[in-house]
Design a protein around this ligand. Sequence first.
Ligand code: MN
Ligand code: MN
Length: 321
Amino acid sequence: LELRMKEFNQPLSGNDMPRFGGIASMFRLPVQADAAGLDVALVGVPLDIGTSNRTGSRYGPREIRSESVLVRPYGMATRAAPFDSFQVADVGDVPLNTYSLEKSIDIIEAHFDTLLASGAKTIAMGGDHTVALPILRAQHKVHGKMALVHVDAHSDTNDSMFGEPITHGTIFRRAIEENLVDPTRMFQIGLRATGYAAEDFDWARERGVRVVPAEECWYKSLGPLMDEVRQAIGPDRPVYLSFDIDGLDPSVAPGTGTPEPGGLVTSQGLEIIRGLYGLNVIGCDLVEVSPTYDPSGNTALLAANLIFEMLCCLPGCQRRS
Ligand code: MN
Ligand code: MN
């Protein structure tokens, strides 16, 4: 353990610098300009020009970093030790063009191409959900067609919005059409509320996606669902996790652009991510945190903790006995 701690970056301890002091990098880790030498790169994608209702998720990465100062290095329930297992750093934000969604999509893809070329895995902090499409495009070049676990209130499989093919509500339609993901190994968890048409979630179902509406999750543990997910995906197939914070209920995650009542509770969000341990998780994103609507900071704090759990679900993350 001693040796590993010398070998790998460690979060700045709350006993060396007060948690409210110092530079608010993600998990108080060192910041570096690229992903050289990293097992996992934590990267911000501060884009919110793909959103359809409330804006503000451009501030997501900054606030998630700010709230992440409270996250400590060990998971007490899982005994996971991500910073003894992986070299992790904060690689800053994608320098997108906030005047052009189209250009930003290409900038994000190229940025992830470069990060992935270093051999690092990426955990992305949004930004609105549009960012998942260029990330999946980059991941696909490395890993081929992926299984996908998608937590969200929304299916994000609209054909277009205002005639635009790429928005935060159309990305998974594009991802399936472009063969980036395998819809028969795709799970959409937490879908609910109102749609443009009564059949909105059926486009995905008709392509073999396992749609798990929020109502199917109410009042119960998602442990059995995650058993099903692990069974269907298997230990070797590359799987990507895309976690829209609005999959959780607005009572626990109010700071988001398109909140929908009746969502998942915090413990279910934790069960989903922890339930991926043992799979070949190749990358993750946490999107749609809008600090503008998050006066208590609870949504960003929750997001930081969910991102810690993402680190802990990556293959090779050791558990202390
Ligand atoms: Mn979404
Ligand atoms: Mn959503």
